[in-house]
Design a protein around this ligand. Structure first.
Ligand code: UT7
Length: 334
């Protein structure tokens, strides 16, 4: 039997309409535009409406991706949603909610929890399901309403995050030139408490006490996370490039997870990438966790910069700790 490969066919994103600037945050907590800009590169982020959920954002991004893949809703045979801000804490999955909103039923739909690395994890799963012939067209989504799990009284985290969604269709192909070249995903649970929502799970169930302690919100050991992120990402991406014998000169776009401009610029410098190769959206959107990479790819696409056969190098790092990198040609069906 001929081998089947997985191709990255299309992308879409959705950005909520409410903008939150650094100046707005100055009125909410003891911070300044100067501190946020210097330490993170973030200027603005977008916040979903009260009645907009993570699946609403995800479904809107997904619709665009499906249309751009020239597929009908019925052609999608699997939905994987990466999120740390699901519509419902335990069930149903946000992927099931997205499926309902898209009018897709009788298809496997599930969430994965890999924090900011979620999109690359979802891409790896889509690739595996396609290569094993269990699926032909997998819809992958990174969608986050982080404003719902941010502690708006904690200046060390609330200035960092934003809401948004990105989606992609990964499809089967027999043409190896179109195929995703390689993906690496990994994790180290020894760092579980560096980036954590400590409350309202089974280890500390929701209670008056956990609510009082703001334990259901994101807590981060920022500086320690920063250091591990830079080191791990640099090593991980170098390994992926070496394994596939690909020089950074061949990479058209380096699209890292957008947590902090200082992290992505340190990694880009260590990889000796040119500024023109590095995609930066953190200034506009802040850190949108699993959504940041597909949102960045979508911006490139909508700006007319992403062309068929362009080689994308993706990388991400997040809570868990989890991390991953991927070498992905853009292979739309033309
Ligand atoms: O997306 C998943 C992975 N996430 C990341 O990789 C994020 C990693 N971490 C970071 O991006 C950075 O560590 C932060 C942006 C979170 C923080 O930057 P930093 O340069 O590591 O600052 P810091 O935490 O060491 O804090 C420096 C100072 C502290 O004051 P003192 O102790 O020096 O007096 C903080 O209290 O900055 C203070 N600070 C703030 N000041 C004004 C912390 N947050 C703020 C704030 N405004 N919002």
């Amino acid at each position: 039997m001929n081998k089947v490969y997985a191709a990255f066919r299309s992308v879409g994103s959705y950005i909520p309409k409410n903008i939150l600037t650094n100046e707005d945050l100055e009125k909410m907590v003891d911070t300044s535009d100067e501190w946020i800009t210097k330490r993170t590169g973030i200027k603005t982020r977008y916040i979903a409406d009260k009645d907009e959920s993570t699946s609403d954002l995800g479904a809107k991004a997904a619709k665009k991706a499906i249309k751009r893949a020239s597929l009908k809703i019925d052609d999608i045979d699997m939905i994987i949603c990466a999120t740390i801000s699901p519509d419902y804490l335990c069930m149903p999955s946000t992927a099931c909610m997205i499926a309902k909103k898209l009018g897709i039923s009788n298809r496997p739909s599930f969430d994965i929890s890999a924090a900011c690395s979620g999109f690359i994890y979802a891409l790896a799963m889509a690739k595996s399901f396609i290569e094993s012939r269990m699926a032909k067209n997998v819809l992958i989504i990174g969608s986050e309403k982080l404003s719902a799990i941010v502690d708006w009284s904690d200046r060390s985290t609330c200035v960092l995050f934003g809401d948004g969604a990105g989606a992609a269709v990964v499809g089967a192909t027999k043409n190896r030139d179109e195929a995703i070249i390689d993906i690496n995903i990994s994790a180290d649970g020894n760092y579980y408490d560096y980036l954590i929502t400590p409350g309202c799970g089974s280890s500390k169930p929701c209670s008056e006490e956990s609510l009082k302690e703001h334990a259901c919100y994101i807590k981060m050991k920022g500086n320690e996370t920063f250091k591990v992120a830079v080191k791990t990402l640099t090593t991980d991406v170098k390994k992926l490039l070496q394994k596939n014998d690909i020089d950074t000169k061949r990479v058209d776009y380096f699209i890292p997870h957008q947590a902090n401009y200082r992290i992505l610029s340190a990694v880009s410098q260590a990889l000796k990438l040119k500024e023109s190769q590095v995609v930066v959206t953190v200034s506009k959107y802040g850190n949108t966790s699993s959504a940041s990479i597909p949102m960045a790819i979508n911006d490139l696409y909508e700006e007319g910069k992403l062309k068929p056969n362009d080689l994308m190098l993706l990388d991400a790092f997040g809570g868990g700790f989890t991390w991953g990198s991927a070498l992905v040609p853009f292979s739309p069906l033309i």
